[in-house]
Each structure stands twice: as structure tokens, then as C-alpha cells.
Design a protein around this ligand. Structure first.
Ligand code: SF4
Length: 344
């Protein structure tokens, strides 16, 4: 009987800025999902340092943060043997394709991007062109690998729509070259910060860094917002209105969640007890991540080698795409070098 051929796996691209320490919001909202996806998809995970330079930065700190981010991602479960993990600037084709795609991207469309408007409003002294064309580089990041699925949060939906529009315009102008990438929405519940108000964010101070020690983690969990209607210990609560219970869904077993639900809705447990149970689950995950991270930090050369290998694998794909793109554009064809005005 002939061996059954398995269908080729779809390609995923996702990027993360080297913006410092990973926190619980990054881990639960994105990285855990990446770890799960790497078994079923051909994954390209990229540390997007060229995106990071659109915000104020220090070059020495950027180099350090790139390595630290790689270390954190691997410690969280990204497996370089299954996924291609690399740094954006190590694959020059990203920026080259971004320039080509910019030629079919409307100025008006870029001006409508909510993220651009938000960032421009927050940093009126640094409204640079890189910030404006950021979504074009994002489109290039995806299309250079012909990725068909992109894990995105709600805040990235508009950029992905623009990438799809860029594909339509490009294909209409230069012939079928790219496929429109689709969003891959995660089924994880919405995670609010420990204040129970806004999205988890380092700048708002409402999250927990994956590097914090147990005491710091507990100090933050202990004061985390709960169901606002549960004022006294004797009040019954509603777990579905409590962000602590949302965190239990990530870190606690089904049995524990059932215990919390029952205890909360009958005032059988207090919020501190509930949070101590949550701490057990959080600690189990963080202990594993911290141990793996310590192992990796002891071998910095290994991180560099993983990133170099990832860049080699990414570049092999990206270079092929650019051969096609240059051909479509009519640039850098072998014949062009022989034009009279290109002779010295
Ligand atoms: Fe939230 Fe737990 Fe308190 Fe209920 S017992 S309000 S789920 S912290």
C-alpha cells in the first residue's frame, strides 16, 4: 500500500517587539498560543527590531533586549526545532519588500490607521515616517513567507485588513504573486490587567513580569481587583465578573475552577484564599519558565546560534520571494546590468 502523503502545513507569521520583559499579558494573549500552534503549522516567529526603532530607543539596549526576548520566548516553549525563530533585521528582504509594497499602498489608508493616530497623539515630538509606514513593513513581514494565517489580537485587525488590501492591489497591478493572509483569532478569554480595568500593559503597571519572584507576584495578586460587588467576606460574588477568575481559567484545573465558582457564589471562600489558589497555578508555570530561562542564560552563545540558524532558514524562503517580486517589478533582472547607462 503506498504511504499516505501528509498535506503541506499552512504557514503562520507572527512578530513581537523586543520591548523588554515579557509579562503575563504577552504570555497568555500571544505566546502560549504560538506554542500551541507550532505543532500544526509551519511557523515563522520574528523579533521585530526594525519595528521597534520607530519608538525612542538606545542601540545598546536594543541588542540586549533582542537576545533577552529570544531567551524568554524559548523559555516559554517556542521550540527552534519546530519553528523558525529569528530577528527581523537579519533578513534584509523584509525591508526590501516593504519598499516595493509601499508603491501600491495608499497614503490615505495609512493615515486612517488607528495605531498610528494613537502613537502620534502620545508622542507628538516623534511622529516619524517609520511610524506612518509601519503597517507596510508588517505586510512585508507576512507576505515574504507567503504566510496564510496570522495570529492577531483585536488591536491588529486593521493592519491585517490593510495587508490584505495591499495584496489585492499588488496582484492586480503586477500579476498573481501573494495570497491574502487571514486572521487567526485566539479563543482565549479577554485578559484585563490586575486593576480589572484596562488591557494588561507594562506601562500601566497592571501586570506581572515573567521574571518577578514569588513574593513580588503574590504582592500583585493579593491586591488584584475582584468582583466589585463583593465588598465583605460574607457577600456572595460572581466569578464571571471577576478578573481573578479569568486568570484561574488559564492557570487552574477544571476541578479548582469549579471549587472557586462554588465557593465564590456561596461566600464559602474569601478572595484571599481564591488568590492563593491562583498563585499555585501561576507559580507552577513561572517556575518552569524561570528554570528554563536560567539554563539558557548560562549559554548565551547558544541563543545567538539559534537566532543565526533561524535567520538562515527564514532568508532561504525570503530570498526566493524577492526573486519573484523583483521579476514582477522589472528590477534587478540579469539583463538590467547590461544596460548602457549602468556601465561604469
Ligand atoms: Fe473573584 Fe475569587 Fe473573590 Fe470570587 S472569590 S470575587 S472569583 S477573587
Amino acid at each position: 500500500m503506498p504511504a499516505q502523503e501528509s498535506a503541506p502545513r499552512e504557514t503562520i507569521f507572527s512578530g513581537i517587539q523586543p520591548s523588554g520583559e515579557l509579562h503575563l499579558g504577552n504570555y497568555l494573549g500571544a505566546i502560549r498560543n504560538w506554542v500551541a500552534l507550532q505543532s500544526s503549522y509551519r511557523c515563522f516567529f520574528c523579533i521585530v527590531d526594525y519595528h521597534a526603532i520607530t519608538q525612542p530607543f538606545e542601540p545598546d539596549a536594543l541588542i540586549r533586549r533582542v537576545r533577552e526576548m529570544a531567551c524568554d520566548l524559548i523559555a516559554c516553549g517556542i521550540d527552534p526545532a519546530k519553528s523558525t525563530l529569528f530577528v527581523q533585521s537579519a533578513v534584509r528582504e523584509h525591508t526590501e519588500l516593504a519598499w516595493a509594497l509601499a508603491s501600491v499602498t495608499g497614503y490615505g489608508e495609512l493615515g486612517r490607521m488607528t495605531q498610528f493616530k494613537d502613537k502620534a497623539e502620545k508622542n507628538p515630538d516623534n511622529i516619524n515616517a517609520g511610524l506612518f509606514t509601519y503597517p507596510v513593513l508588517q505586510a512585508a513581514d507576512i507576505l515574504i513567507y507567503h504566510a496564510t494565517k496570522v495570529p492577531v489580537g483585536e488591536d491588529q485587525r486593521q493592519h491585517l485588513e490593510l495587508a490584505r488590501e495591499i495584496v489585492r492591489k499588488w496582484n492586480a497591478r503586477f500579476g498573481e504573486t501573494f495570497r491574502e493572509p487571514e486572521a487567526l483569532y485566539s479563543s482565549t478569554p479577554k485578559i484585563l490587567g490586575l486593576d480589572g480595568q484596562a488591557k494588561m500593559s507594562k506601562s500601566l503597571g497592571n501586570t506581572i513580569s515573567l521574571r518577578e519572584d514569588d513574593e513580588a507576584v503574590w504582592n500583585k495578586l493579593r491586591t488584584a481587583a475582584t468582583d466589585p460587588a463583593r465588598v465583605r467576606r460574607t457577600d456572595v460574588g460572581d466569578p464571571d465578573k471577576c478578573n481573578v477568575f479569568t486568570l484561574h481559567k488559564f492557570f487552574s484545573t477544571d476541578e479548582r475552577q469549579a471549587e472557586v465558582r462554588k465557593g465564590c457564589t456561596t461566600a464559602g471562600i474569601g478572595c484571599i484564599e481564591c488568590k492563593k489558589w491562583l498563585l499555585e497555578g501561576v507559580k507552577a508555570d513561572l517556575d518552569r519558565i524561570r528554570a528554563r530561562r536560567a539554563e539558557l542564560l548560562a549559554k548565551p552563545d547558544a541563543i545567538d546560534e539559534i537566532l543565526a540558524d533561524g535567520a538562515r532558514r527564514a532568508r532561504a524562503v525570503a530570498a526566493q520571494t524577492m526573486v519573484l517580486v523583483r521579476d514582477r517589478l522589472g528590477v534587478d533582472r540579469p539583463g538590467n546590468a547590461r544596460l548602457p547607462d549602468s556601465q561604469p
